[in-house]
Design a binder for this molecule. Structure first.
Ligand code: COA
Length: 178
């Protein structure tokens, strides 16, 4: 378990999707500060799993630049999950994905899920599965013939989450400090 242990969630009800206590929409530029906060929480969580993923001092500025760039990039997909009830209009989750060409393999177009994060209160209610389903559909609609997910090898949440949904390791990145 990590510092991010989920508290017992309050009862939630559905909005626009059955049994899903969030409203998912494309991210906008005014979401950037909230999305940066979520992205940094994810990177700090990854640091807990692996000391080789130590978060940089300027990570906030880098995240702001990255998200701003993604929002202007037709090959990038950034989704914002808004809460409901007391959390209405508050961004409680993020998905960031890119469309990428596979130079040597077929299918040629790959949708890569780079970041997926939900505030702890919203987890383990099937919201992640809904985010994944909607993201895969959006990537497929933009031409992806295969979907991949990049996440740290020691992030147990991601390993279980994707493994349960039929994802398996294709490429491994091994690292050594110098
Ligand atoms: C990954 C994430 C978006 C999934 O969202 P979710 O709403 O919790 O997912 P769902 O409810 O649809 O699915 C739950 C499944 O995810 C996995 N999972 C979620 N939280 C987990 C945890 N703390 N430990 C282990 N597995 C976990 C399990 O497979 C779980 O199935 P189970 O309840 O039968 O064990 C969310 O847990 C999250 O934001 N985690 C922290 C960020 C992260 O690690 N992101 C992935 C790396 S990029």
């Amino acid at each position: 378990m990590t510092k991010e242990t989920s508290p017992v969630p309050a009862p939630m009800t559905a909005t626009d999707a059955p049994n899903v206590p969030i409203h998912l929409r494309p991210a906008r530029s005014d979401d950037v500060p909230a999305l940066v906060g979520l992205l940094l929480r994810l990177k700090r969580l990854n640091e807990e799993f692996d000391p080789l993923l130590k978060v940089r001092a300027d990570a906030e500025a880098r995240a702001t630049a990255l998200l701003t760039q993604d929002l202007a990039d037709p090959k990038a997909l950034v989704l914002a999950a808004e809460g409901i009830g007391a959390d209405k209009d508050r961004v409680v989750g993020i998905v960031r994905a890119h469309l990428r060409e596979r130079l040597f393999y077929t299918p040629e177009n790959e949708g890569v899920i780079l970041d997926i994060y939900l505030l702890p209160l919203y987890r383990r209610h099937g919201v992640g599965e809904y985010l994944l389903r909607e993201t895969v559909q959006a990537l497929k609609a933009r031409g992806a013939g295969i979907v991949t997910a990049e996440f740290p090898a020691h992030n147990e949440i991601a390993t279980k989450f994707y493994g349960k949904r039929g994802f398996r390791a294709v490429t491994l990145v091994h690292a050594k400090s110098l």
